[in-house]
Design a protein around this ligand. Sequence first.
Ligand SMILES: Nc1ncnc2c1ncn2[C@@H]1O[C@H](COP(=O)(O)OP(=O)(O)OP(=O)(O)O)[C@@H](O)[C@H]1O
Length: 463
Amino acid sequence: MPQILIVDDEATPRLALRRLLERGGHRVSEATSVIEAHQLDLTQFDLIISDLQLPGEPGTALIDAVDSLPVLITARHVSVRTAVEALKQGAVDFVTQPYAPDELLASVAQALDEHAPRRGAGTDSQRGNATPSGMIGHCPGMLAVYTRIRKTAPADVTVLIQGESGTGKELVARAIHRQSRRVKAPLICVNCAAIPETLIESELFGHEKGAFTGASAARTGLVEAADGGTLFLDEIGELPLDAQARLLRVLQEGEIRKIGSVETRHVDVRLIAATHRDLNALSKNGEFRLDLYYRLNVMQIDLPPLREREDDILEIADVLLAAACRRHARSGLKLSRTARRDIRDYPWPGNVRELENALERGVILAEGSLIHSDDLGLGPVIARPAPARSAVAAGASCPDSFVSDQQEDLSLEDYFQHFVLEHQDQMSETELARKLGISRKCLWERRQRLGIPRKKTPRSRSA
Ligand SMILES: Nc1ncnc2c1ncn2[C@@H]1O[C@H](COP(=O)(O)OP(=O)(O)OP(=O)(O)O)[C@@H](O)[C@H]1O
């Protein structure tokens, strides 16, 4: 059971955090200052969660003092700059208070997962071809990915990671950063699809005071915040053309110019970009700059979708299930035999993220010690053609009427289409997207591509 030290001088938030962590299956100790923390044997802990503002030294003073132990910083009323500073100093995460319990537990789980290997097995680079911390799976496709990470990380080149949503592109970016010489500098992760188009340039490159309506003060951009470290741009295919031009300049000249400024500033940033789209095709219809594509594509890492990682699915499910059990304090829960079979046969359009969500749902809904297929809330399960089992037997024991022999031949797009057409009258767009393990934006895009636009019913309008 992971052991966590909370450092906070205020009793009420300290106690609330203690209760939350204990309910999540962690053992917890407390200290009220950095000095008091040092009086404990820090090597016994797996994670420190420290408030930033403490009497005496700030919580970030613990980061250097404890070397490889992860330190998560929390704080009230602080600026983005303070958070970036804490991350630059080496905090594994920065959570502002008041925090959502789920988010805090997710940060804790991620910090523990990512640093688990340090507690025994050495660092990613020491383990050669072994799984980079946080990544599960040993199928041939993933072994090739791990080798690529190991060779690419020290080379300090731009990397383009390609793969469907939820295949682990951000995990790969984190592994590259951790194995690179920039490990002590910040890794700044930005999802280009999540920032409104009108704001993205100023978020990335910063702006001067008065550069546009509402720019009441000058602001440093995220590229500058990553100076000396790594910038991870997820969904780079969504970057508007103007922002692409500025990014190209960063890559070519190592310079940025804030919006509204005439001055340039030198930055030393390693760029890792990720996309689920075909940038080459986008550049052919003018949606993505070809010169930027060539600049990004120095080294490419392709992540296989989960449905092609048949040998890994159950291994990943077991590890993620154990983590979900810890988070919800439900030890000893197991997957039923049918649930295991359905997990293996389901096409996982939302990949590992969807699997993670399904298992979390299963842990919450399971009534006894077994998680059944229904608890997972999967969409239609299409049995894989398995030489060891007859297709009829596989289909006969599947719970959903959707399954038939012919449907084994369904493509993922057929599956998507069937699922949407069958469920769109009962489900909102949000529910549909969640069941499919994709974002609402992705659902909308696929509807457009496959010619199944949303029906204008009162339900769909309000979704
Ligand atoms: N190989 C893996 N082992 C363990 N967990 C994984 C693996 N791949 C992905 N995950 C988990 O799946 C979730 C999604 O991963 P991640 O955010 O890296 O995917 P992504 O490809 O960047 O998705 P998106 O493009 O939608 O942002 C995360 O919670 C991550 O920890």
